[in-house]
Design a protein. Sequence first.
Length: 533
Amino acid sequence: MALSRAFGCARVVWNDCLRARRDARAAGEPFLKSAELSKRFITEAKKTTGRGWLGEVSAVVLQQSLRDLDAAYSNFFASLKGTRKGPRVAEPRFKSKRDNRQSVRFTANARWSVTGDGKLSLPKIGPVKVRWSRRLPSVPSTVTVIKDASGRYFCSFVVETDPADELLPALETDQGIDLGLTHFAVMADGSRVTSPRFLRRAERKLKREQRRLSRKVKGSRNRNKQRIKVAKAHAKVADARRDFHHKLSTKLIRENQAVSVESLNVKGLARTRLAKSVHDAGWSSFVTMLDYKATRYGRTLTRVDRAFRPRRCVPPADAATDPNPFTSGPGPVARAAPGTTGTTTRARTSSTKGGASAPHNRLYHPPPDRGPSPGNGQGKRLRSARRTRTRPGSAHNPHLGGEEPGTRLKAHRTHGRQGENPPHWCGGGGQRSTPVEEAARRLPCRTEWHAGFRLTVEQLRRHPDYRGAEFVDLGAEIAQDGMLDPRIIADAARTGRYGPQSLKMVWHCLARFGAPPHPARPIRARNVGSAGV
């Protein structure tokens, strides 16, 4: 009862001060300072009949509620100015007693303490029994009491620690992590962590409890009881997922000196039909745990741009002896056989009956000669060999990725579309390509389609939509004799000194407005957004 009173008083002070600031803004008055709000809605409000019950709780709780409102406004203004990192922050809103989270904070001025029998003594509340999860490393200065939607209470303490005491001894091992849905994490050493799918497993119970809640009369006690049951079911799922993330992140940080993880676009994936599975995996919270634990224990966490993810596959037998098993490219690398084309393409893989993954390289494996007969002598009709639909004039043009008769090369033009992450080996992978070719495959377009393209810096500068753009200056810097071509951009990508997004924009302009092998076409005023990069 005393804690509920403290939650309510802190909420009333927040709402009163927020309403006063909004009214002042609507009237055109200056922004109200914290000292004036504290005097009006805390000190003087206690003397009135309508707010006299504010004196029943500690004054520190009310002052901390006003400080939280100031912090919310500071974040809101910093977000409007663009000085705050992260997503945009909205204006503070009014609080309700039906919110999922209620909290009060006690600082050292409130003279709270931990009793000898392990209880928490709070001012104007009394001793509170606590189930301690760990020993406090030092004397705490602040305690925050939190109540969640399921009716559970938590205490969060602010203590002082020495960062040097928590550093772990240095190691020689490192680890790369590829996050996914079927397997939550695929490690660089080949080990895999199966996704627990906590929400999917508890979905049946959650639906049942939610249906029962929908049948209760609004405002009744039975509805409130059922609401708590639903909240507890959801809290159980969230706690299990958080425990899984903590255990896995701690294991990775303790066993490796450096950890690399791909920077995923979780918000974008959460707007697709995979949204439930993406949220169930909890990639963002897991990476956040890796980040702060790496800083805490003296480890290194590297976020790899998802545009530069490893895509070259090496078979398990060659992974130990290969000097650079994980290079960049759009898939298993397949070099052209002598007498065909000089380009590279993606080798498709498919599972065989033995469980291994067999490469189907259209360059190396022409279709077998089945003869003119439609059957194979056993009464089964054979499907004719499929040929690639080639672009006009590309049958023997190495710049367009054409193929000679008899081959079944099927080249894919990606234009920035990323496929699924291949495994770390695919039972094959072809010969090694040059560093320039490896760097070229980091870019969003395929070199075999644009090998003959040329674009002058003057053409790039004259475009009305790109005047003053940063990537235009980058294109002028890397150009040779005022000319840009795919090899120049690939060399710039290989150095690693230029931003990937700017190089993508230069490459995209080259692919759209470049000269031969296509007929010359004038540069049109056309916006090139990030969707096509």
